[in-house]
Design a protein around this ligand. Structure first.
Ligand code: ATP
Ligand code: MG
Length: 554
């Protein structure tokens, strides 16, 4: 379990203020929150925010959190999603007190619906979906009462029982709450409580053919579990009067709903419908494509649970809609990996160097520091040799001023090794540079302190290097505010064609069995892909060392 201090608040957010006041006044003795996903897709970073908030509050106040699958719509839901949701929550570092399904409460919800009918607070309506919508009125105009609104209690009980028994077809009848068709809040204009859906449910099979609507199921499920603080996103604020109305009429445990602003991220879409479309239309390789904002995508890319928790903490709890910079998430993983990831050498676009005055024979073993941020990580040996590879980008034939890497006649330090000088440029028949002939200064071995040059570059030794496919990821979309794209365009118009670039890289041999996050020196943080094998290595770039996007788009 997580350490308490991860959740130490700097100042209280508005939900914490409410909780502290509820605990002080004795309204509640303990906090019970819930995370209520609908199992109709994989969790994304927005859900991670909600998970961290719900579980984090319970941890901080010594309470508990339930996991409740909101499985009231059999058409879109699946067990595959249930399993992935549980895996993702555990991976984030949280454990729920109890696992429930809204479908476990179908019988109880049915009994409560009968109770509302008996109290004259619910009725069976024969109007079609379209008629109901048309008769709801508008914000400025009252709705029209249904001709079936004044059915007797007995008739309603009978019809409702027959709805359950499967006597009617989908859409023939619904059960509605009897509130007020002129209510200023449209949600209160006799909202639908049950509809008929003759579809197999992933848990209840064909037992039910009537299914409760979100508004009728959610609050009652909260109440049934004695949830004290039911936290949801802002769109639900207009549902709150209805949430309270059902609980008051049924006189059951007074759960209360609190709304906060949903997490939106730049360069990202977060609706499950759109993410599913990307998967189905093969614009990404799956829900866990490392470019996806899903938790499984972020995990595959190399994000750590603690970086996501720290992101959720930094984002805070807002009451107004906002859009958070993707770079904030990237900075969180950078900070974490800077402290914790060991450094290794890798060359993504190799250029051959031959050190003409270096002796032939046994390789020289040099000390390389595993993590300058963490001395306890120690050092390792790397083999130097007469022939090495450097990054093609670290050589320029006609360098601008203040270019401190390699150029004809120029010097550079090879990290952990020596200073070399570029003596000659070798080209192929097409005129492309294929090799640099260099000399090295044997006096300048790393740590000797003999003399300094401005630039230091990384390298690998082909004698023992391994090859790997390296996947360089970039943002999936080119537009920052994907919720605000011009009319007439659709989100897929903004897919970034350069969101994935693949190169074959040379890596130092210790990377072969490295399943932890690593830094490729000077390049970024990388993580072995789940499809990687010792014979066919694949590394994903989690994030670059610095935010390169800001500069590129200025
Ligand atoms: P989507 O709109 O992506 O389909 P959803 O709200 O339908 O998501 P649910 O499975 O119903 O997904 O969400 C489970 C919980 O996660 C809910 O309490 C919901 O409010 C919360 N949640 C979903 N998206 C976000 C988000 N972007 N930021 C914060 N919380 C979110
Ligand atoms: Mg939802």
């Amino acid at each position: 379990m997580l350490e308490e201090k991860t959740f130490e608040p700097k100042t209280l957010n508005f939900i914490e203020e409410i909780i502290e006041s509820d605990l002080q006044s004795g309204k509640h003795r303990a906090v019970l929150t819930r995370f209520p996903p609908e199992p109709n897709g994989y969790l994304h970073i927005g859900h991670a925010k909600s998970i961290c908030l719900n579980f984090g509050l319970a941890l901080r106040y010594g309470g508990k959190t339930n996991l409740r699958f909101d499985d009231t719509n059999p058409v879109k839901e699946d067990v595959e999603y249930v399993d992935s949701i549980k895996e993702d929550i555990r991976w984030l570092g949280f454990e729920w007190a109890a696992e429930y399904y809204a479908s476990d409460y179908f019988e109880q919800l049915y009994v409560w619906a009968q109770e509302l009918i008996v109290k004259g607070l619910a009725y069976v309506d024969d109007q079609t979906h379209e008629e109901i919508r048309a008769n709801r009125g508008t914000v400025t105009q009252a709705g029209v009462d249904s001709p079936y609104r004044n059915r007797s209690v007995d008739e309603n009980l009978d019809l409702f029982a027959r709805m359950r028994a499967g006597e009617f077809a989908d859409g023939d009848k619904v059960l509605r709450a009897k509130i007020d068709m002129a209510h200023p809040n449209m949600m209160m204009r006799d909202p639908v409580m049950y509809r008929i859906i003759k579809t197999n449910h992933h848990r209840t099979g064909n037992k039910w053919c009537i299914y409760p609507m979100y508004d009728y199921a959610h609050g009652q499920s909260d109440s049934y579990e004695n949830i004290t603080h039911s936290i949801c996103t802002l769109e639900f604020d207009i549902h709150r009067p209805l949430y309270d109305w059902f609980i008051e009429q049924l006189n059951i445990f007074p759960s209360r709903q609190y709304e906060f602003a949903r997490l939106n991220l730049t360069y990202t879409v977060m609706s499950k419908r759109k993410l599913l479309e990307l998967v189905v239309n093969k614009q990404v390789t799956g829900w866990d494509d490392p470019r996806m904002p899903t938790i499984c995508g972020l995990r595959r890319r190399g994000y750590t649970p603690s970086s996501i928790r720290s992101f959720a903490e930094k984002v805070g709890v807002a009451k107004r809609p906002n859009v958070i910079e993707l770079s904030l998430l990237e900075n969180c993983v950078r900070d974490d990996l800077n402290k914790n990831a060991e450094r290794r050498m890798a060359v993504l676009r190799p250029l051959k160097i031959v050190i003409t005055n270096y002796p032939e024979g046994e390789p020289e073993l040099l000390d390389a520091v595993n993590n300058p941020e963490n001395p306890a990580a120690g050092t390792r040996k790397i083999a130097f040799g007469k022939e090495i590879y450097i990054e093609r980008d670290d050589f320029m034939e006609c360098p601008p001023k203040k270019y401190f890497r390699l150029s004809p006649g120029g010097e550079v330090r090879l990290k952990y090794a020596y200073i070399i000088k570029c003596e000659e440029v070798v080209r192929d028949s097409a005129g492309d540079v294929v090799e640099l002939q260099c000399t090295y200064d044997p006096e300048t071995k790393s740590g000797s302190g003999v003399r300094q040059v401005r630039g230091t570059i990384h390298w690998v030794n082909p004698a023992n290097a391994i090859c790997a496919e390296v996947r360089l990821y970039d943002r999936l979309f080119t537009e920052s505010h994907m919720d605000d794209i011009p009319e007439g365009t659709t989100y897929t118009d903004y897919l970034n064609p350069a969101s994935l670039q693949t190169v074959v890289a040379l890596l130092e041999p210790s990377l072969k069995n490295e399943r932890r996050n690593v830094q490729f020196e000077r390049l970024g943080y990388f993580f072995q892909d789940i499809d990687s094998t010792p014979d066919s290595l694949i590394f994903n770039r989690t994030v670059t060392l610095k935010d390169s996007w800001v500069k590129k788009n200025k």
